[in-house]
Design a protein around this ligand. Structure first.
Ligand code: HEC
Length: 429
């Protein structure tokens, strides 16, 4: 009798699909694995998950899924996607206990966005871009898995955007998109050079780096600016969308659309970009531990709200930190295993105030050897690249502590960008 009772208790404690695993899939995998998103298959049914269970365990252990680059060493971030050790253990114990199904209703996921957006735009759906089945063309000695598209927004005045939702017809092939809302007309001018949709160059507009208004990774589908802040979309804008692909083995037709929401908060604060970067990188073949970085000193008080990282595939790890005037150091963002395909904008759980005089330090570690699995060349080649807005950079999406300082902060950032433009012999710009 006692034995029976124990047995019953144990059974009720064993994880089941309905009680434990399905909710885990909904909270951590559904975003991309609902059958329509970035992931290669759906992971919301008992069959699809249990058939891949041991493979999933491997990916969870290796921290490859759900994709999330920042380590725990930096400040807490909004929407952290990584799974806790307990959640990983729960999944493993479900597998080792025989993948019990249990009983319960399937939860219906309701993802409808209310149509309250303020602005929208799209590429011409009549002329989609064809993403090739395989990568192969090399441009600037790299793999040409990117293209920049220009979406007309046509807003008659500036807009204080707090949400940008971006959709494409090829979610599995589009890995990452960096945004600039361009009111200067430069992007559309370049696009008009030929009849093809988009252009081969990066999505920087002059001194304005691609990603200045956010970068989205697979599945996230947009940028949600934290409450209390906004990005300013200039009048008569085009959205410049630097789009990185991951060929899926078959040709894909790509069209894109964007919807933009405006904040209703009257006291929301504007996000300004502060860039720290390396402008040029020179690496010998097989060079393994090249450390690059810079330090800049703040001339005004700012609140750092979000961070966008950039670096090439030869980069292994990166860190952004700040030392306050009284000596305290904070790690703002730390990425141990960099992958440019997942380099999306992250927002801090709570913004951090950096007073005037704080020193912001960036650091990238490069591995240009064949031992770096992401190195596009084996054997490795000489790397010599430069870019006006940084071959590697961090954009600190920051608000001025005093709104009177906004212009001065923008001018200071531009002055730094210009100072880094030292003469080089490099033509790759
Ligand atoms: C933000 C989007 C995103 C989320 C969230 C996500 N995945 Fe993925 N997943 C992808 C993409 C994109 C791929 C294909 C490319 C790749 O492997 O990077 C993928 C591939 C996979 C694969 C196949 C890997 C291979 O090598 O073929 C498995 C299995 C998988 N995901 C499981 C999961 C599980 C389990 C979760 C939740 C715990 C999850 N994923 C969450 C985007 C996501």
């Amino acid at each position: 009798m006692i034995e029976l009772l124990l047995c019953a208790i144990q059974e009720s404690q064993q994880p089941t699909w309905h009680n434990d695993i399905y909710p885990l899939m909904l909270s951590h995998c559904q975003e991309c694995h609902d059958g329509h998103g970035a992931g290669p298959f759906e992971l919301l049914t008992y069959e699809s998950v249990s058939n891949r269970a041991s493979f999933i365990v491997e990916l969870l252990d290796a921290k490859l899924m759900p994709p999330w680059l920042p380590s725990q060493k930096g400040l807490p971030l909004q929407g952290e996607r990584c799974m806790s050790e307990q959640q990983i253990e729960l999944f493993k114990s479900w597998v080792s206990n025989g993948k019990l199904k249990g009983e319960g209703p399937e939860i219906i996921v309701c993802n409808e966005e209310p149509n309250t957006y303020k602005l929208s735009g799209q590429t011409n759906p009549q002329t989609p871009w064809i993403i090739p089945a395989e990568s192969g063309i090399r441009w600037h000695e790299g793999v040409l898995d990117k293209r920049t598209f220009v979406l007309p927004i046509g807003n008659s005045g500036t807009v204080k955007a707090n949400k940008v939702v971006y959709q494409t017809t090829a979610p599995q092939a589009v890995q990452m998109v960096g945004f600039v809302f361009d009111g200067s007309g430069q992007g559309v001018e370049v696009d008009n050079w030929d009849a093809e949709p988009g252009y081969e160059m990066m999505g920087d507009i002059g001194w304005v780096p691609s990603g200045v208004h956010g970068k989205i990774g697979p599945g996230s589908g947009g940028i949600h600016i934290p409450k209390g802040y906004y990005i300013e979309i200039p009048t008569e804008s085009h959205l410049i969308a630097e789009t990185h692909f991951r060929p899926t083995g078959k040709e894909e037709q790509l069209s894109s659309s964007v919807r933009i929401w405006e904040t209703s908060e009257s006291d929301a604060r504007k996000l300004l970009p502060i860039l720290t970067m390396i402008r040029r990188i020179v690496l010998e073949p097989e060079e393994q531990h090249a450390v690059e970085g810079e330090s800049i000193q703040l001339e005004h008080d700012v609140d750092v709200v979000g961070i966008t990282p950039r670096a090439g595939a030869e980069c292994e790890s990166m860190r952004l930190s700040a030392t306050m005037p009284e000596g305290k150091e904070v790690i703002l963002l730390d990425i141990q295993k960099w992958d440019p395909h997942y380099g999306e904008t992250v927002f801090l759980e709570s913004p951090v105030r950096l007073p005037m005089g704080s020193v912001i330090t960036s650091r990238w570690v490069y591995n240009n050897s064949a031992s770096n699995p992401r190195n596009p060349f084996n054997p490795s080649k000489n790397v010599d690249l430069a870019r006006r807005t940084g071959i590697a950079h961090f954009i600190l999406h920051s608000a001025a502590a005093e709104s009177n300082d906004e212009e001065a902060i923008l001018a200071w950032n531009l002055k730094l960008l210009r100072q880094r433009q030292r003469p080089t012999n490099n033509s790759n710009e």
